[in-house]
Write a protein of this length. Structure first.
Lengths: 324, 223
Protein backbone atom coordinates (compact mmCIF):
# COMPACT_ATOMS: atom_id res chain seq x y z
CA UNK A 1 0.00 0.00 0.00
CA UNK A 2 2.71 2.38 1.05
CA UNK A 3 4.69 1.48 -2.05
CA UNK A 4 1.70 2.09 -4.19
CA UNK A 5 1.20 5.49 -2.66
CA UNK A 6 4.82 6.37 -3.28
CA UNK A 7 4.68 5.35 -6.89
CA UNK A 8 1.62 7.42 -7.59
CA UNK A 9 3.16 10.28 -5.83
CA UNK A 10 6.40 10.65 -7.53
CA UNK A 11 5.81 14.13 -8.72
CA UNK A 12 5.64 14.48 -12.46
CA UNK A 13 8.44 16.37 -14.12
CA UNK A 14 9.22 16.98 -17.76
CA UNK A 15 12.24 15.11 -19.11
CA UNK A 16 15.51 16.81 -19.98
CA UNK A 17 15.08 16.69 -23.74
CA UNK A 18 11.59 18.04 -23.34
CA UNK A 19 12.99 20.82 -21.19
CA UNK A 20 15.67 21.78 -23.72
CA UNK A 21 13.29 21.62 -26.65
CA UNK A 22 10.61 23.51 -24.85
CA UNK A 23 13.13 26.10 -23.65
CA UNK A 24 13.68 27.36 -27.18
CA UNK A 25 10.03 26.91 -28.01
CA UNK A 26 9.13 29.06 -24.98
CA UNK A 27 11.52 31.74 -26.11
CA UNK A 28 9.98 31.82 -29.56
CA UNK A 29 6.51 31.83 -28.04
CA UNK A 30 7.31 34.66 -25.65
CA UNK A 31 9.01 36.48 -28.52
CA UNK A 32 5.76 36.58 -30.45
CA UNK A 33 3.53 36.75 -27.38
CA UNK A 34 5.17 40.02 -26.36
CA UNK A 35 4.69 41.30 -29.91
CA UNK A 36 1.03 40.35 -29.69
CA UNK A 37 0.71 42.16 -26.36
CA UNK A 38 2.15 45.30 -27.94
CA UNK A 39 -0.21 45.09 -30.90
CA UNK A 40 -3.16 45.07 -28.50
CA UNK A 41 -2.38 48.69 -27.67
CA UNK A 42 -1.22 49.96 -31.05
CA UNK A 43 -1.49 53.68 -30.31
CA UNK A 44 0.57 53.75 -27.14
CA UNK A 45 3.05 51.31 -28.64
CA UNK A 46 3.45 53.50 -31.69
CA UNK A 47 3.88 56.59 -29.54
CA UNK A 48 6.63 54.98 -27.49
CA UNK A 49 8.35 53.75 -30.64
CA UNK A 50 8.06 57.21 -32.19
CA UNK A 51 9.70 58.81 -29.18
CA UNK A 52 12.56 56.34 -29.44
CA UNK A 53 12.70 56.77 -33.20
CA UNK A 54 12.90 60.56 -33.08
CA UNK A 55 15.47 60.49 -30.32
CA UNK A 56 17.64 58.15 -32.38
CA UNK A 57 16.98 59.85 -35.72
CA UNK A 58 18.59 63.09 -34.60
CA UNK A 59 22.12 61.76 -33.96
CA UNK A 60 21.85 59.32 -36.87
CA UNK A 61 20.88 62.09 -39.28
CA UNK A 62 23.61 64.39 -38.05
CA UNK A 63 26.11 61.57 -38.29
CA UNK A 64 25.11 60.89 -41.89
CA UNK A 65 25.34 64.56 -42.82
CA UNK A 66 28.74 64.78 -41.19
CA UNK A 67 29.87 61.70 -43.09
CA UNK A 68 28.75 63.41 -46.30
CA UNK A 69 30.60 66.60 -45.43
CA UNK A 70 33.72 64.60 -44.66
CA UNK A 71 33.44 62.74 -47.91
CA UNK A 72 32.95 65.96 -49.80
CA UNK A 73 35.97 67.61 -48.24
CA UNK A 74 38.05 64.46 -48.03
CA UNK A 75 39.48 64.98 -51.51
CA UNK A 76 40.59 68.48 -50.75
CA UNK A 77 43.46 67.66 -48.52
CA UNK A 78 45.20 65.66 -51.21
CA UNK A 79 44.81 68.57 -53.60
CA UNK A 80 46.87 70.76 -51.33
CA UNK A 81 48.61 73.20 -53.58
CA UNK A 82 50.61 76.32 -53.31
CA UNK A 83 49.81 79.21 -55.56
CA UNK A 84 52.91 81.23 -56.35
CA UNK A 85 52.13 84.62 -57.86
CA UNK A 86 55.10 85.89 -59.78
CA UNK A 87 56.25 89.44 -60.07
CA UNK A 88 54.56 91.02 -63.02
CA UNK A 89 57.76 91.94 -64.73
CA UNK A 90 58.86 88.32 -65.10
CA UNK A 91 58.81 87.28 -68.70
CA UNK A 92 57.50 84.02 -69.98
CA UNK A 93 60.90 82.57 -70.79
CA UNK A 94 62.19 83.41 -67.31
CA UNK A 95 59.10 81.85 -65.83
CA UNK A 96 59.58 78.68 -67.87
CA UNK A 97 63.14 78.35 -66.60
CA UNK A 98 62.11 78.89 -63.02
CA UNK A 99 59.36 76.33 -63.48
CA UNK A 100 61.82 73.63 -64.50
CA UNK A 101 64.05 74.60 -61.56
CA UNK A 102 61.30 74.23 -59.06
CA UNK A 103 60.17 71.01 -60.67
CA UNK A 104 63.52 69.52 -59.74
CA UNK A 105 63.14 70.28 -56.05
CA UNK A 106 62.78 67.03 -54.11
CA UNK A 107 59.65 68.08 -52.22
CA UNK A 108 57.68 69.08 -55.30
CA UNK A 109 55.54 66.77 -57.36
CA UNK A 110 54.61 69.07 -60.17
CA UNK A 111 54.44 72.68 -61.19
CA UNK A 112 51.74 74.01 -63.41
CA UNK A 113 52.41 77.29 -65.06
CA UNK A 114 49.59 79.64 -65.85
CA UNK A 115 50.72 82.57 -67.90
CA UNK A 116 49.17 85.99 -67.49
CA UNK A 117 47.21 85.55 -70.72
CA UNK A 118 45.88 82.17 -69.70
CA UNK A 119 44.94 83.50 -66.30
CA UNK A 120 43.01 86.31 -67.92
CA UNK A 121 41.07 83.95 -70.16
CA UNK A 122 40.28 81.63 -67.29
CA UNK A 123 39.18 84.48 -65.12
CA UNK A 124 36.92 85.85 -67.81
CA UNK A 125 35.31 82.50 -68.30
CA UNK A 126 34.74 81.68 -64.70
CA UNK A 127 34.13 84.89 -62.89
CA UNK A 128 31.56 86.53 -65.08
CA UNK A 129 33.52 89.77 -64.89
CA UNK A 130 34.62 89.35 -68.49
CA UNK A 131 33.15 92.57 -69.74
CA UNK A 132 34.59 94.55 -66.89
CA UNK A 133 38.05 93.20 -67.67
CA UNK A 134 37.71 94.22 -71.30
CA UNK A 135 37.44 97.76 -70.13
CA UNK A 136 40.97 97.57 -68.72
CA UNK A 137 43.86 98.42 -70.96
CA UNK A 138 46.35 96.09 -69.37
CA UNK A 139 46.11 92.63 -67.97
CA UNK A 140 46.01 93.05 -64.20
CA UNK A 141 46.68 89.40 -63.47
CA UNK A 142 50.08 87.99 -62.61
CA UNK A 143 51.33 84.68 -63.91
CA UNK A 144 50.98 81.86 -61.47
CA UNK A 145 52.73 78.63 -60.57
CA UNK A 146 50.50 76.00 -59.11
CA UNK A 147 52.94 73.92 -57.09
CA UNK A 148 51.94 70.53 -55.79
CA UNK A 149 53.94 69.63 -52.73
CA UNK A 150 55.03 66.07 -52.14
CA UNK A 151 53.23 65.01 -49.00
CA UNK A 152 54.28 61.89 -47.20
CA UNK A 153 51.12 62.23 -45.21
CA UNK A 154 48.37 64.78 -45.08
CA UNK A 155 49.54 65.93 -41.69
CA UNK A 156 53.01 66.70 -42.99
CA UNK A 157 52.43 70.31 -42.16
CA UNK A 158 55.99 71.37 -41.43
CA UNK A 159 57.34 70.14 -44.72
CA UNK A 160 54.64 72.02 -46.55
CA UNK A 161 55.37 75.12 -44.54
CA UNK A 162 59.10 74.86 -45.37
CA UNK A 163 58.32 74.57 -49.05
CA UNK A 164 56.02 77.54 -48.81
CA UNK A 165 58.73 79.65 -47.20
CA UNK A 166 61.25 78.58 -49.82
CA UNK A 167 58.90 79.65 -52.58
CA UNK A 168 58.19 82.92 -50.81
CA UNK A 169 61.86 83.71 -50.59
CA UNK A 170 62.42 83.42 -54.32
CA UNK A 171 63.14 86.85 -55.71
CA UNK A 172 60.72 86.29 -58.56
CA UNK A 173 57.86 85.67 -56.17
CA UNK A 174 55.39 88.34 -55.39
CA UNK A 175 53.26 86.25 -53.13
CA UNK A 176 52.88 82.55 -52.33
CA UNK A 177 50.00 81.05 -50.48
CA UNK A 178 48.92 77.67 -49.38
CA UNK A 179 45.36 77.05 -50.49
CA UNK A 180 44.80 74.85 -47.47
CA UNK A 181 44.18 77.07 -44.54
CA UNK A 182 40.46 77.13 -44.92
CA UNK A 183 40.31 73.33 -45.38
CA UNK A 184 42.20 72.93 -42.14
CA UNK A 185 39.80 75.24 -40.41
CA UNK A 186 36.87 73.35 -41.85
CA UNK A 187 38.33 70.11 -40.53
CA UNK A 188 38.79 71.62 -37.11
CA UNK A 189 35.18 72.77 -37.12
CA UNK A 190 34.01 69.38 -38.26
CA UNK A 191 35.96 67.78 -35.44
CA UNK A 192 34.08 69.93 -32.97
CA UNK A 193 30.77 69.14 -34.64
CA UNK A 194 31.64 65.44 -34.52
CA UNK A 195 32.31 65.70 -30.81
CA UNK A 196 29.03 67.54 -30.39
CA UNK A 197 27.14 64.82 -32.24
CA UNK A 198 28.79 62.24 -30.01
CA UNK A 199 27.68 64.03 -26.86
CA UNK A 200 24.19 64.52 -28.26
CA UNK A 201 24.04 60.82 -29.18
CA UNK A 202 25.04 59.84 -25.69
CA UNK A 203 22.39 62.03 -24.09
CA UNK A 204 19.67 60.86 -26.44
CA UNK A 205 20.66 57.22 -25.90
CA UNK A 206 20.22 57.85 -22.19
CA UNK A 207 16.80 59.34 -22.94
CA UNK A 208 15.83 56.22 -24.90
CA UNK A 209 16.97 54.08 -21.99
CA UNK A 210 14.77 56.06 -19.63
CA UNK A 211 11.77 56.02 -21.97
CA UNK A 212 11.93 52.25 -22.35
CA UNK A 213 12.59 51.79 -18.65
CA UNK A 214 9.59 53.88 -17.71
CA UNK A 215 7.33 52.16 -20.24
CA UNK A 216 8.33 48.75 -18.96
CA UNK A 217 7.84 49.93 -15.38
CA UNK A 218 4.24 50.83 -16.24
CA UNK A 219 3.78 47.47 -17.95
CA UNK A 220 5.02 45.73 -14.81
CA UNK A 221 2.59 47.70 -12.69
CA UNK A 222 -0.26 46.86 -15.05
CA UNK A 223 0.52 43.19 -14.71
CA UNK A 224 1.12 43.22 -11.01
CA UNK A 225 -1.46 40.55 -10.31
CA UNK A 226 -0.15 38.27 -13.00
CA UNK A 227 3.36 38.52 -11.61
CA UNK A 228 2.11 37.67 -8.12
CA UNK A 229 0.30 34.60 -9.42
CA UNK A 230 3.36 33.52 -11.41
CA UNK A 231 5.50 33.78 -8.31
CA UNK A 232 2.96 31.85 -6.26
CA UNK A 233 2.95 28.90 -8.60
CA UNK A 234 6.69 28.70 -9.00
CA UNK A 235 7.61 31.01 -11.85
CA UNK A 236 11.31 31.86 -11.74
CA UNK A 237 12.50 35.42 -12.05
CA UNK A 238 13.86 34.61 -15.49
CA UNK A 239 10.48 33.31 -16.61
CA UNK A 240 8.67 36.40 -15.34
CA UNK A 241 11.33 38.74 -16.71
CA UNK A 242 11.34 37.26 -20.20
CA UNK A 243 8.20 38.82 -21.72
CA UNK A 244 9.26 42.26 -20.47
CA UNK A 245 12.71 41.89 -21.97
CA UNK A 246 11.23 40.91 -25.29
CA UNK A 247 8.88 43.87 -25.08
CA UNK A 248 11.95 46.07 -24.66
CA UNK A 249 13.51 44.34 -27.64
CA UNK A 250 10.50 45.15 -29.80
CA UNK A 251 10.45 48.78 -28.68
CA UNK A 252 14.11 49.04 -29.60
CA UNK A 253 13.68 47.38 -32.97
CA UNK A 254 10.67 49.45 -33.99
CA UNK A 255 12.23 52.64 -32.65
CA UNK A 256 15.33 51.92 -34.69
CA UNK A 257 13.32 51.27 -37.83
CA UNK A 258 11.38 54.50 -37.34
CA UNK A 259 14.66 56.38 -36.88
CA UNK A 260 15.97 54.85 -40.10
CA UNK A 261 12.85 55.87 -42.02
CA UNK A 262 12.91 59.38 -40.59
CA UNK A 263 16.55 59.90 -41.55
CA UNK A 264 16.02 58.44 -45.01
CA UNK A 265 13.06 60.70 -45.72
CA UNK A 266 14.85 63.74 -44.35
CA UNK A 267 17.91 63.07 -46.52
CA UNK A 268 15.72 62.43 -49.52
CA UNK A 269 13.94 65.72 -49.04
CA UNK A 270 17.12 67.81 -48.79
CA UNK A 271 19.05 65.95 -51.47
CA UNK A 272 17.45 67.84 -54.34
CA UNK A 273 17.91 71.39 -53.10
CA UNK A 274 21.44 70.40 -52.08
CA UNK A 275 22.15 69.19 -55.58
CA UNK A 276 20.96 72.50 -56.92
CA UNK A 277 23.24 74.30 -54.53
CA UNK A 278 26.33 72.30 -55.48
CA UNK A 279 25.51 72.80 -59.12
CA UNK A 280 25.70 76.54 -58.51
CA UNK A 281 29.23 75.94 -57.25
CA UNK A 282 30.02 73.99 -60.42
CA UNK A 283 30.36 70.94 -58.34
CA UNK A 284 28.91 67.50 -58.75
CA UNK A 285 27.87 66.14 -55.44
CA UNK A 286 25.39 63.45 -54.62
CA UNK A 287 24.16 63.20 -51.06
CA UNK A 288 24.91 59.69 -49.84
CA UNK A 289 21.99 58.08 -48.06
CA UNK A 290 22.39 56.39 -44.72
CA UNK A 291 24.69 53.43 -45.34
CA UNK A 292 23.77 49.82 -44.78
CA UNK A 293 26.38 49.50 -42.06
CA UNK A 294 25.03 52.58 -40.31
CA UNK A 295 21.54 51.10 -40.43
CA UNK A 296 22.82 47.89 -38.88
CA UNK A 297 24.64 49.79 -36.16
CA UNK A 298 21.56 51.96 -35.56
CA UNK A 299 19.30 48.92 -35.19
CA UNK A 300 21.88 47.17 -33.01
CA UNK A 301 22.16 50.14 -30.70
CA UNK A 302 18.41 50.72 -30.51
CA UNK A 303 17.73 47.05 -29.72
CA UNK A 304 20.46 47.12 -27.12
CA UNK A 305 18.97 50.25 -25.55
CA UNK A 306 15.50 48.66 -25.53
CA UNK A 307 16.79 45.52 -23.85
CA UNK A 308 18.95 47.43 -21.39
CA UNK A 309 16.13 49.81 -20.47
CA UNK A 310 13.72 46.98 -19.77
CA UNK A 311 16.43 45.03 -17.96
CA UNK A 312 16.95 47.89 -15.53
CA UNK A 313 13.23 48.39 -15.01
CA UNK A 314 12.55 44.71 -14.47
CA UNK A 315 15.55 44.34 -12.19
CA UNK A 316 14.41 47.25 -10.07
CA UNK A 317 10.72 46.47 -9.83
CA UNK A 318 10.32 42.71 -10.06
CA UNK A 319 11.96 42.11 -6.71
CA UNK A 320 9.58 44.52 -5.04
CA UNK A 321 6.60 42.42 -6.07
CA UNK A 322 6.22 39.56 -3.65
CA UNK A 323 3.01 37.66 -2.95
CA UNK A 324 1.52 38.50 0.44
CA UNK B 1 5.91 15.60 4.70
CA UNK B 2 5.34 18.63 6.95
CA UNK B 3 7.29 19.02 10.17
CA UNK B 4 7.28 22.11 12.39
CA UNK B 5 9.88 22.20 15.17
CA UNK B 6 9.41 25.04 17.64
CA UNK B 7 8.57 27.29 14.73
CA UNK B 8 7.78 30.90 15.54
CA UNK B 9 6.95 33.85 13.37
CA UNK B 10 7.31 37.37 14.58
CA UNK B 11 6.60 40.18 12.14
CA UNK B 12 8.73 43.27 12.07
CA UNK B 13 5.87 45.12 13.77
CA UNK B 14 6.54 42.94 16.83
CA UNK B 15 3.38 40.89 16.40
CA UNK B 16 3.84 37.22 17.23
CA UNK B 17 1.86 35.37 14.57
CA UNK B 18 3.08 31.92 15.58
CA UNK B 19 4.76 30.76 18.75
CA UNK B 20 6.59 27.49 19.23
CA UNK B 21 4.48 25.44 16.90
CA UNK B 22 5.27 21.72 16.79
CA UNK B 23 3.52 19.14 14.64
CA UNK B 24 4.14 16.56 11.99
CA UNK B 25 2.07 15.40 9.05
CA UNK B 26 2.99 12.18 7.25
CA UNK B 27 2.92 11.92 3.49
CA UNK B 28 -0.59 11.25 2.23
CA UNK B 29 -2.22 12.57 5.37
CA UNK B 30 -5.07 15.07 5.31
CA UNK B 31 -5.68 17.60 8.06
CA UNK B 32 -7.62 20.76 8.80
CA UNK B 33 -6.14 23.85 10.29
CA UNK B 34 -8.65 25.86 12.28
CA UNK B 35 -8.89 28.80 14.59
CA UNK B 36 -10.35 32.27 14.63
CA UNK B 37 -9.16 34.75 12.09
CA UNK B 38 -5.89 36.15 13.29
CA UNK B 39 -5.02 32.96 15.11
CA UNK B 40 -2.15 32.32 12.71
CA UNK B 41 -3.61 29.97 10.09
CA UNK B 42 -2.45 32.05 7.15
CA UNK B 43 0.96 32.64 8.69
CA UNK B 44 1.43 28.91 9.10
CA UNK B 45 0.56 28.24 5.48
CA UNK B 46 2.86 31.07 4.39
CA UNK B 47 5.74 29.47 6.24
CA UNK B 48 5.12 26.20 4.40
CA UNK B 49 4.96 27.88 0.98
CA UNK B 50 7.99 30.05 1.78
CA UNK B 51 5.98 33.22 1.39
CA UNK B 52 7.40 34.01 4.79
CA UNK B 53 10.32 32.59 6.68
CA UNK B 54 10.15 31.51 10.32
CA UNK B 55 11.81 33.78 12.83
CA UNK B 56 12.82 30.88 15.04
CA UNK B 57 12.58 27.13 14.90
CA UNK B 58 12.51 24.95 11.84
CA UNK B 59 10.07 24.07 9.11
CA UNK B 60 10.85 20.93 7.16
CA UNK B 61 8.83 20.13 4.06
CA UNK B 62 9.40 16.98 2.05
CA UNK B 63 12.69 16.43 3.92
CA UNK B 64 13.92 19.90 3.01
CA UNK B 65 14.78 22.38 5.71
CA UNK B 66 13.24 25.58 4.42
CA UNK B 67 15.87 27.73 6.09
CA UNK B 68 18.36 26.23 3.67
CA UNK B 69 16.43 27.10 0.51
CA UNK B 70 17.89 30.20 -1.10
CA UNK B 71 15.71 32.88 -2.60
CA UNK B 72 16.70 31.70 -6.06
CA UNK B 73 15.49 28.16 -5.36
CA UNK B 74 12.09 29.22 -4.00
CA UNK B 75 10.27 28.98 -7.38
CA UNK B 76 11.42 25.39 -7.84
CA UNK B 77 10.37 24.55 -4.30
CA UNK B 78 6.92 26.06 -4.81
CA UNK B 79 6.31 23.86 -7.82
CA UNK B 80 6.00 20.95 -5.38
CA UNK B 81 3.11 22.62 -3.62
CA UNK B 82 -0.35 23.22 -4.99
CA UNK B 83 -1.77 26.28 -3.31
CA UNK B 84 -5.47 27.15 -3.31
CA UNK B 85 -6.59 30.59 -2.26
CA UNK B 86 -9.84 31.96 -0.93
CA UNK B 87 -9.82 34.59 -3.68
CA UNK B 88 -8.73 32.02 -6.30
CA UNK B 89 -5.90 34.18 -7.70
CA UNK B 90 -6.97 33.47 -11.27
CA UNK B 91 -5.88 35.57 -14.22
CA UNK B 92 -9.00 37.10 -15.70
CA UNK B 93 -7.54 37.92 -19.09
CA UNK B 94 -6.88 34.27 -19.82
CA UNK B 95 -9.18 31.36 -20.44
CA UNK B 96 -9.81 28.60 -17.94
CA UNK B 97 -7.53 26.37 -19.99
CA UNK B 98 -4.68 28.90 -19.97
CA UNK B 99 -5.05 29.47 -16.25
CA UNK B 100 -4.78 25.80 -15.48
CA UNK B 101 -1.92 25.34 -17.94
CA UNK B 102 0.21 28.04 -16.29
CA UNK B 103 2.10 25.81 -13.81
CA UNK B 104 2.94 23.40 -16.62
CA UNK B 105 4.14 26.19 -18.90
CA UNK B 106 6.32 27.50 -16.10
CA UNK B 107 7.75 24.02 -15.51
CA UNK B 108 8.47 23.68 -19.23
CA UNK B 109 6.20 20.85 -20.30
CA UNK B 110 5.69 20.16 -23.96
CA UNK B 111 2.61 21.45 -25.70
CA UNK B 112 1.05 18.00 -26.06
CA UNK B 113 1.66 17.05 -22.44
CA UNK B 114 0.10 20.29 -21.31
CA UNK B 115 -3.10 19.61 -23.24
CA UNK B 116 -3.45 16.13 -21.78
CA UNK B 117 -2.75 17.14 -18.20
CA UNK B 118 -4.90 20.27 -18.25
CA UNK B 119 -7.89 18.32 -19.54
CA UNK B 120 -7.32 15.61 -16.93
CA UNK B 121 -7.27 18.23 -14.17
CA UNK B 122 -10.34 20.01 -15.51
CA UNK B 123 -12.11 16.68 -15.85
CA UNK B 124 -11.31 15.92 -12.22
CA UNK B 125 -13.00 19.11 -11.01
CA UNK B 126 -15.88 18.71 -13.48
CA UNK B 127 -15.14 21.72 -15.67
CA UNK B 128 -14.00 20.05 -18.86
CA UNK B 129 -16.70 21.78 -20.87
CA UNK B 130 -15.64 25.25 -19.64
CA UNK B 131 -12.04 25.25 -20.78
CA UNK B 132 -12.55 28.03 -23.34
CA UNK B 133 -14.50 30.28 -20.96
CA UNK B 134 -13.01 33.20 -19.11
CA UNK B 135 -13.03 32.93 -15.30
CA UNK B 136 -15.16 36.05 -14.93
CA UNK B 137 -18.08 34.25 -16.58
CA UNK B 138 -18.00 31.42 -14.04
CA UNK B 139 -19.72 31.17 -10.66
CA UNK B 140 -17.76 31.42 -7.42
CA UNK B 141 -17.78 27.67 -6.94
CA UNK B 142 -16.60 27.09 -10.49
CA UNK B 143 -13.84 29.65 -10.13
CA UNK B 144 -12.65 27.89 -7.00
CA UNK B 145 -12.60 24.60 -8.86
CA UNK B 146 -10.49 26.19 -11.60
CA UNK B 147 -8.11 27.25 -8.84
CA UNK B 148 -8.03 23.68 -7.56
CA UNK B 149 -7.41 22.30 -11.04
CA UNK B 150 -4.48 24.68 -11.41
CA UNK B 151 -3.10 23.61 -8.03
CA UNK B 152 -3.17 19.91 -8.86
CA UNK B 153 -2.37 19.97 -12.57
CA UNK B 154 1.32 19.16 -12.07
CA UNK B 155 0.47 16.57 -9.40
CA UNK B 156 2.27 18.12 -6.45
CA UNK B 157 2.82 15.88 -3.41
CA UNK B 158 1.44 18.60 -1.14
CA UNK B 159 -1.70 20.73 -1.39
CA UNK B 160 -2.34 23.76 0.77
CA UNK B 161 -5.73 25.44 0.81
CA UNK B 162 -6.44 28.74 2.55
CA UNK B 163 -10.15 29.10 3.31
CA UNK B 164 -11.12 27.40 0.05
CA UNK B 165 -14.81 27.41 0.94
CA UNK B 166 -14.87 30.88 2.44
CA UNK B 167 -17.36 32.32 0.00
CA UNK B 168 -19.32 29.19 -0.88
CA UNK B 169 -22.61 27.82 0.35
CA UNK B 170 -22.58 24.55 2.36
CA UNK B 171 -23.45 22.33 -0.57
CA UNK B 172 -20.63 23.64 -2.76
CA UNK B 173 -18.29 23.59 0.23
CA UNK B 174 -18.99 19.92 0.77
CA UNK B 175 -18.29 19.31 -2.89
CA UNK B 176 -14.91 21.06 -2.65
CA UNK B 177 -14.04 19.09 0.48
CA UNK B 178 -14.94 15.94 -1.42
CA UNK B 179 -12.31 16.85 -4.01
CA UNK B 180 -9.67 17.23 -1.32
CA UNK B 181 -10.59 13.85 0.10
CA UNK B 182 -10.13 12.34 -3.34
CA UNK B 183 -6.63 13.80 -3.61
CA UNK B 184 -5.82 12.55 -0.16
CA UNK B 185 -7.05 9.10 -1.09
CA UNK B 186 -4.46 8.88 -3.85
CA UNK B 187 -1.64 9.82 -1.49
CA UNK B 188 -1.41 13.61 -1.68
CA UNK B 189 -0.77 15.41 1.58
CA UNK B 190 -3.54 17.95 2.08
CA UNK B 191 -3.66 20.76 4.63
CA UNK B 192 -6.80 22.89 4.58
CA UNK B 193 -7.09 26.06 6.64
CA UNK B 194 -10.72 26.85 7.43
CA UNK B 195 -12.88 28.23 10.16
CA UNK B 196 -15.92 26.37 8.89
CA UNK B 197 -16.16 24.10 11.94
CA UNK B 198 -19.67 23.00 11.08
CA UNK B 199 -18.38 21.46 7.90
CA UNK B 200 -15.22 19.78 9.12
CA UNK B 201 -16.34 18.56 12.51
CA UNK B 202 -18.33 15.88 10.73
CA UNK B 203 -15.31 14.65 8.83
CA UNK B 204 -12.97 12.04 10.23
CA UNK B 205 -9.77 14.01 9.74
CA UNK B 206 -7.12 15.35 11.99
CA UNK B 207 -7.70 18.91 13.21
CA UNK B 208 -4.97 21.35 14.18
CA UNK B 209 -6.36 24.25 16.17
CA UNK B 210 -4.49 27.53 16.55
CA UNK B 211 -5.20 30.23 19.08
CA UNK B 212 -3.17 33.41 19.33
CA UNK B 213 -0.38 31.79 17.41
CA UNK B 214 -0.18 28.70 19.57
CA UNK B 215 -1.18 25.18 18.62
CA UNK B 216 -3.74 24.37 21.33
CA UNK B 217 -5.27 21.21 19.98
CA UNK B 218 -4.16 18.44 17.64
CA UNK B 219 -6.31 15.42 17.08
CA UNK B 220 -9.42 13.91 15.58
CA UNK B 221 -12.68 15.74 16.10
CA UNK B 222 -14.87 14.35 18.80
CA UNK B 223 -17.74 12.88 16.87
Amino acid sequence: MNNNVKKRHNQIRPGLTTLLGSYFLRHIQVFFYSLGQLSRTPVSTLMTCMVIGIALALPTGLHTLLKNAQQLSGGWESTAQISVFLNRNIRTSQAQKLKSDIQNWPDVISVHYISREQALIEFQELSGFGDALKALNTNPLPSVFIVKPKLSSTSDEQATQRLLNKLRNLKQTDKAQLDMQWVRRLYAIMNIVERGVLILSFLLALAVLLVVGNTIRLAIQNRYKEIVVMKLIGGTDAFIRRPFLYTGFWYGLFGGIIAWLLVSFALLSISQPLEKLTMLYQNQFELANISFLTVLILLGISIFLGLAGSWFAVGRHLREIEPQ
Amino acid sequence: MIRFINASKRYSSGFDALQNVNFHMAAGEMAFLTGHSGAGKSSLLKLIALLERSSRGQVIINNQNLAKISRRRIPYFRRNIGIIFQDHQLLFDRTVYDNVALPLIIAGFSHRDIGKRVRAALDKVGLLNKEKKYPITLSGGEQQRVGIARAVVNKPPLILADEPTGNLDPELSAEIMGLFRDFSDVGVTVLVATHDLALISQLPYRMLTLKNGKLINDGLPVL
